[in-house]
Write a protein that binds this ligand. Sequence first.
Ligand code: XUL
Ligand code: CO
Length: 438
Amino acid sequence: MAGFPDIPQIAYEGPQSDNPLAFRWYNAEEVVEGKSMKEHLRFTVCYWHSFRGTGADPFGGPTMQRPWDDGSESVENACNRVPVAFEFFEKLGVPFYAFHDRDVAPEGSNLSETNANLDKVADVLEAEQKRSGVKLLWGTANMFSHPRYMHGAATTCNADVYAYAAAQVKKALEITHRLGGENYVFWGGREGYQNLYNTDMKRELDHLGAFFHMAVDYAKEIGFKGQFLIEPKPKEPTKHQYDSDVAACLNFLRTYDLMDHFKLNIETNHATLAGHTMMHELDCAGMQGALGSIDANTGDMLLGWDTDQFPTDYYLTTQTMLMLLKYGLAPGGVNFDAKLRRESFEPVDLFHAHIGGMDAFAKGLKIAAAIRADRALDGFVEKRYSSFDSGIGEKIEKGTVNFKDLEAYMLGKGDAEPNVSGRQEMLENVINRYLDMI
Ligand code: XUL
Ligand code: CO
């Protein structure tokens, strides 16, 4: 069954277009900083929100109309859904998709039946990938929905559940490898705690470290060369998630000697929930060589939970692209881990949402590239720190002075004078000028 019979291939029509089913900014082959937009942005549709999202929220049931889906948890329904998803990816012109094992194939009555279900759907995914050329950015395992994971997966208090989780990741890695996945993601799911009265945090973290080492070892064994990624998130579903933000993740990776094997998949609204900007999280990871990929969405400043909305804010996409151009993105991508509002229940809304997100990122890319071409921020930042380029500053950076030398220097000088204004307001105006220009 065709999923979107009335919807044409989405084309680039330019900023003046008023066609809601056309791109105004995303022009796949347009070259920016020596690379096409398609190569820079590596847009990815996520299977879970777009093809399994029902519109249910904590206050009400499903709303989405999906005529191709019979609503059952059968393998047949799962297989029928795949060509519709690929029709969507192709009409939108995205090069990648991403999935959790349980989004694409239903859980069976035991582990072997569950694995067999996944194999069957993977056959269809593989055939559709070959036919369409759409590739898998990353795979992951859903270790949070099933009741067995109530206490967590790799941080559970139940050793059998830990073993089940290991078996599930083993299988998800095999499927990701088989489908040519370029990355493999771990989002913590229920890896965290609700209450420290019942929790041995050290023991749980040791178990999590060991789990990741087993994943790395198994990837080597089967020849999976994709990048491992951890996705930070501070809360939801647990009160404290162990992978709470970039800094916590990197500290964990260093503690357990995993830095060589992992980078981070950074999600916008997770950054917000952690009390950071996306730009902060990207810079933090990028400066430590750990920026792997992004989950692009946004939250709602008036709601304190993970609303996973599509990104349309040019300031956000400009800031994000400034960081992605600075540090690079491949083998990651811009994955729309975002869902339609439950009131946007028609299939065509999937197009409106993704077109808006892709356009916002394409425009952000162009603005960021223009800012970089003029060194409008870099030039200022360099000057701001120029007292470290020579004299005492240079000696500090070279490590050739100690506390006594610095005291002697300052005793000679008497005091430190202000040297440069921060010019925050001027720089905010500069950003607005580039937004006006593009
Ligand atoms: C949850 C979330 C996940 C991960 C993959 O907030 O972002 O969908 O991206 O498990
Ligand atoms: Co995510």
